[in-house]
Ligand binder design. Structure first.
Ligand code: CAA
Length: 379
């Protein structure tokens, strides 16, 4: 059955597209070139309701359904993947666990500021020796009276350079592997917590990606999110939603590159006619369109499955796997259609190609998505 968007979802697409083209597209190339986090966009995103998308209205959010949320991420990423992941990591990786696992006090304390842009959120799972193998997390959180004391290091933390609220996964019990992990809320200005120098990356260069260091960092025991020992399950559930968000980011990048390729193919004249009149180009455009529509179906299907409160690990892994690889294919073809100029900074497709690659890696590599998907068939 074809996926039918509601009037509200279509309105979300129109309004986010208009906002993204007016406010974000003009700075997309510059923040990429300068590796500059677009801090000036944060109040604008907040005003548009794009930082409280999955926060209930009673805490100042817009309480959107998941399909609307992924449409918003898709539209931001269509013009700038950095903005897409800023909003995605903030929402899926930080606000989601507080909304779903926070107690009344935690929600009241953290959600309003996350919704209105006073605080940007980040999520700390990955460590130098715990990447795909998230269960081997070694950062510790030791209970000491009314506090937990954190020690260890996290890496590749999206929004790290400017986030104020961090959801951190750490080992807090003696239980082996994944069972010993718990989730905590850590505030940026806590003594013993340090945000280190950002990475210099191939793509999404405006996105701030930093290591975090914890050295006898004391946080209130009240900042435990959910129960002790639930941290791995919480992290996996965060990623079940987050992977659909990254699939939407990949979809948006591909859509942006596709539109740029169509435009160029109609304008550029060779052999006495526009490129668009050449069958070699027409076939590439057709293949790109099919790829994008297949990816869109998987993304909306995964989001709709989450909206129906059904298990969605499999659907989100499929959407992320397909869209990550699809975005790399589509942006590569977009460069090919542009020819030599596509390889230069004069056109946006080289940025989109660089941005697309990370969607095959973060929030679980394509290999991890294949593992998640195949397990469902082979157990
Ligand atoms: N929901 C709920 N529970 C889940 C779950 C899910 N989706 N997936 C697993 N679990 C539970 C299992 O049921 C199991 O529970 P029991 O022991 O009670 O049976 C427990 O968690 C352990 O599960 P597994 O045995 O499957 O664990 P594993 O060690 O084999 O790991 C994995 C599974 C899929 C490989 C997982 O480690 C994984 O997803 N790795 C990739 C990590 C990742 O995606 N990192 C991204 C970092 S965040 C990021 O990138 C952010 C950014 O910058 C934008």
């Amino acid at each position: 059955m074809p996926f039918q968007l509601t009037d509200d979802q279509l309105l979300t697409r129109d309004s986010v597209r208009e906002f993204a083209e007016a406010e974000i597209a003009p700075i997309a190339a510059e923040i990429d070139k300068n590796h500059r986090p677009p801090l000036e966009s944060i109040p604008k995103l907040a005003e548009m309701g794009l930082l409280g998308m999955i926060i209930p209205e009673e805490y100042g959010g817009t309480g959107m359904d998941t399909v609307s949320y992924v449409i918003a991420i898709e539209e931001l990423s269509r013009v700038c993947a950095t903005h897409g992941v800023l909003a995605e990591a903030h929402s899926s990786l930080c606000t989601w666990p507080i909304v779903n696992y926070g107690n009344a006090e935690q929600k009241q304390k953290y959600l309003p500021d996350l919704a209105n842009g006073n605080a940007i959120g980040a999520f700390g799972l990955t460590e130098p020796n715990a990447g795909s193998d998230a269960g081997s997390t070694s950062t510790t959180a030791v209970r000491d009276g009314d506090e937990f004391v954190l020690n260890g290091q996290k890496i590749f933390i999206t929004n790290g350079g400017f986030a104020k609220t961090f959801v951190i996964i750490a080992r807090s019990t003696d239980a082996p592997g994944a069972k010993g992990l718990s989730a905590f809320i850590v505030e940026r200005d806590t003594a013993g917590f340090q945000v280190l120098e950002p990475e210099q990356k191939m793509g999404i260069r405006g996105s701030s990606t930093t290591p975090l260091a914890f050295s006898d960092c004391r946080i209130p025991a009240a900042n435990l999110l959910g129960n002790q020992g639930e941290g791995f399950k919480i992290a996996m559930q965060i990623l079940d939603g987050g992977r659909t968000g990254i699939a939407a980011q990949a979809l948006g990048i591909a859509q942006g590159a596709f539109e740029a390729a169509c435009k160029y193919a109609k304008e550029r004249v060779q052999f006495g006619k526009p490129l668009a009149a050449l069958q070699a180009i027409q076939w590439m455009i057709a293949d790109m369109a099919v790829d994008i529509e297949a990816g869109r179906a998987l993304v909306y299907q995964a989001a709709d499955t989450e909206d129906r409160h059904e298990p969605h690990s499999q659907a989100s892994a499929m959407a992320k796997l397909f869209c990550g690889e699809m975005a790399t294919r589509v942006t590569g073809k977009a460069i090919q259609i542009h020819g030599g100029v596509g390889y230069t900074e004069a056109y946006p497709v080289e940025r989109m190609y660089r941005d697309a690659k990370i969607t095959e890696i973060y929030e679980g590599t394509s290999e991890i998505q294949r593992l998640v998907i195949s397990r469902n068939y082979l157990r």
